[in-house]
Design a binder for this molecule. Sequence first.
Ligand SMILES: [Zn+2]
Length: 460
Amino acid sequence: MIENVYIAPVAGPEIESGYIRIEGDRIAELGAGPAPGVPDGTARIDGTGCLATPGLVNTHHHLYQWASQGLAQDATLFEWLTALYQVWAAMDAEVVHGAATAGLGWLALSGCTTSSDHHYVFPKGRGDLLAAEIEAAREVGIRFHPARGSMDRGQSQGGLPPDVVVEELDDILTATAEAVDAYHDPSFSSMLRVAVAPCSPFSASAALMTESAALARAKGVRLHTHIAETMDEDEHCVKQFGLRPVDYMEQLGWLGPDVWFAHTVHLSDGDIGKLAATGTGSAHCPSSNGRLGAGIARVSEMLRRGANVGLGVDGSASSELTPLAGEMRQALLFQRARYGPDALTARQALELATLGGARNLGRAGELGSIEPGKLADLALWRVDGPFTAAVADPVCALVFGPPPPLARVLVGGRSVVEDGELRTVAQDEAGRAGVAARQRLLRLAEERGFTAAKEVHPET
Ligand SMILES: [Zn+2]
């Protein structure tokens, strides 16, 4: 029983001081005022001074990139990818486990209770990389939606990545089907669902895209890829396929309510209409788009026209230490800078981070709002600190400010964060696992001829 708390349920009216009753892994009831008749033996959480929101949902990430932060800092997307592919080619299961532990711990510490991950680099003979990140997610204890990514269009096929990091089409389809069979849990309380996710139009062939869509639909799982991130990609698609990215994806059968795209920055009015009409979702990643100078998505227009948008931190190599809660603020500020002060409200930004994300992952029935019957995935933000307490509206304090400290993060009613500290894994060890992953990855990459220093300080 959480008591004396300000509740922003996202669906339904806010409650200035109320209670949330949890039974098992679900929300049983919420209401205003003191909790009625609390039976003996009930675990009680005093939420005085706290704002309760649904746990945040991260809908685009590349956890392995935790091990390659700070490189190619001033590059365009294509330059950045070209510099980093050679580093990523050296990764192994130990690197992925350490990077995922740190990355998922960091997400939980910014109020995230569900995260997807788009892993698309599977160099040969480097261990079971997907199993490594799934193990890390189980240890950290947040819901996990790994998207089994892939690339089959290396430089010899007109693609961007070097051939050493791409796989053969048949191998990809077999490994992806095996991953769904081994790990995907479609149940209501599921802690893990697998998606199918060829990387992008410039690294995946048309055959891989269509075969992946057929596989996902046969298995009843979701589809994810990167689309319309930069103008370089737009030009690549027009030159190679004679179509702009959204039209190309439409031709491949990739628009639909079971699809969500990362980025969707460079959209025409017609593109937005197609996403809205087909129920295709988008993961908006404002910090990553800003860092790479990619441009910024037309989120407020997309929302107005009924297209679904969630948030994503994107990989740490392009967004560095971005906390998911901070992406609400980035989204709000970028939209207002582009369209004016009424482009996005604090409540809309919170909805992007919660219900919008749950829709992207096909879980709006279970996650994303505080409602009876939904899973008890909650974040309790401490808004009574000496500085945040001066803000009259706690939702404003959460979205406009840097994220306030977390009193609790609950996943299915279980404490993952308490008093700002991870409780499922040792916080210092999770951080050190990320450092060790970076050291190991750079050592493995340097053995293959990569020089990290040149990427950090290219002019020297
Ligand atoms: Zn990405």
